[in-house]
Design a protein around this ligand. Structure first.
Ligand code: ZN
Ligand code: ZN
Length: 410
């Protein structure tokens, strides 16, 4: 396939499979200005699928940086109601949301962490209505990536900007299974495999998982009663199938935020708010991080953990085989959307309410009582290695192998 054909196929992917645009619905497209050409293609595809209207929300990382460097902290502590209302309004009216990301992993390095934190908190609070509708399963959403030069050069530092961008395009296309046409069929087949594995884990209904590998991870994570494993596509309340992340290789559920013990060692660097955190260790007692250390970016890690009470606890555990097509490319993407799909991961912070039975109907307090963590953060970090073993522990205490040598046993 020629590059242009692949690109068009890639613009169709978030529209048709990602959020599954249906007749007469609004479509919000969050688009960095450097991806404007691609954003317009996505827009065309959305209208072609019957969208009532497409709302473009452009963003500019460099402008954001200038603002962080010059505006006072207080400017980041609130989001004006009129600004939040744009998203909240369409969420109420019935919309789907496509986010295009083109992040420079170091876009905000050196920026005052307090401003970044205030901005994230204020945004979450102002868009509460939007996110509540999304979490309740009434708003289909997806994320796709677009290569910018700074990101591409971070991954491929030894070639020109243009070559790096081209290499990153290839890597993205491979990751989302765009090659020689048949993209829809490939996604359907992939989805079936993820569903089969998630189904098996749901049948076991483990009470805990034990992770071990040679780099020092030795960690037991409790799973709440009635947790649910998900993988691949999800279904909205009105019955539409959609893929929240593209690519997606993970099967994930809710850990019990009070029941984690032992030590976890990161297996890949984590890019957090434009800062790199690498080779870090977290030690948990009764679900809470009681000790942490990072060889690179320890300040950023401390800031992450100190964001709020829930940032020291886990909200997600995800299983990804070491032989996934993203891992097979042997590239560190410096981007969670890709790197989290290369490796088993955990997330510090907020849980996904729907990963426990009936969870989307519970209040924050009720969810917490069932083991579901709450925080403004949800930050994934990678723990998978070629020698990772995962043992499932049943309610009767029986041990069932889930992962051997980094891959699923079933
Ligand atoms: Zn995940
Ligand atoms: Zn996550």
């Amino acid at each position: 396939m020629a590059f242009d054909e692949k690109l068009r196929e890639y613009a169709r992917l978030p529209v048709r499979q990602g959020v599954n645009v249906s007749e007469g619905i609004y479509v919000i497209v969050r688009c960095p200005i450097i991806a404007a050409d691609f954003g317009r293609m996505v827009m065309e595809e959305a209208f072609a699928c019957g969208a009532k209207d497409v709302i473009m929300q452009y963003s500019d990382t460099q402008a954001a940086r200038i603002r962080y460097e010059n505006a006072a902290l207080s400017q980041f502590e609130t989001v004006p109601a009129w600004q939040a209302e744009q998203s909240n309004y369409y969420a109420r009216e019935g919309t789907v949301a496509i986010s295009i990301i083109a992040e420079d992993p170091e876009a905000f390095s050196g920026v005052d962490g307090a401003k970044l934190l205030a901005s994230a908190k204020a945004r979450r609070a102002a868009l509460k209505e939007f996110y509540d509708i999304m979490d309740a399963g009434d708003l289909r959403w997806t994320i796709v990536a677009y290569p910018c030069a700074a990101w591409a050069k971070k991954i491929f530092p030894d070639v020109t900007d243009a070559q790096a961008i081209r290499l990153l395009w290839d890597a993205i296309f491979k990751s989302v299974r765009i090659s020689r046409g048949d993209t829809v069929k490939k996604w359907e087949k992939h989805d079936r495999l993820l569903k089969r594995r998630a189904g098996k884990l749901n049948k076991y209904a483990f009470s805990a998982l034990r992770f071990q590998n040679s780099i020092g991870t030795d960690f037991t994570i409790g799973l709440p009663e009635d947790h649910i494993w998900y993988g691949g596509s999800e279904k909205s309340n009105d019955g539409y199938v959609y893929f929240p992340n593209m690519p997606t290789e993970e099967i994930f559920t809710m850990p019990h935020c009070m029941r984690m013990d032992g030590t976890v060692v990161s297996s890949m660097p984590l890019s957090y708010q434009g800062c790199l955190i690498d080779r870090f260790t977290l030690t948990f007692r009764d679900g809470k991080v009681v000790e942490h250390h990072a060889e690179v970016g320890e300040d950023a890690l401390t800031r992450l953990l100190d964001t709020d009470e829930g940032s020291r606890r886990l909200g997600e555990v995800a299983l990804i085989p070491y032989d996934s097509p993203i891992r097979a490319q042997n590239i560190l993407f410096y981007n969670t959307l890709f790197d989290e799909n290369a490796s088993c991961h955990l997330a510090l912070g907020r849980c996904y309410p729907n990963t426990v039975k009936g969870g989307e109907l519970l209040s924050t307090e009720e969810l917490y009582a069932r083991g579901g963590n709450d925080s403004v953060n949800h930050v994934d970090f990678m723990i998978g290695t070629a020698d990772l073993s995962v043992i499932g522990i049943t309610k009767n205490g029986d041990e069932v192998p889930v992962f051997e040598n980094g891959n699923f046993v079933f």
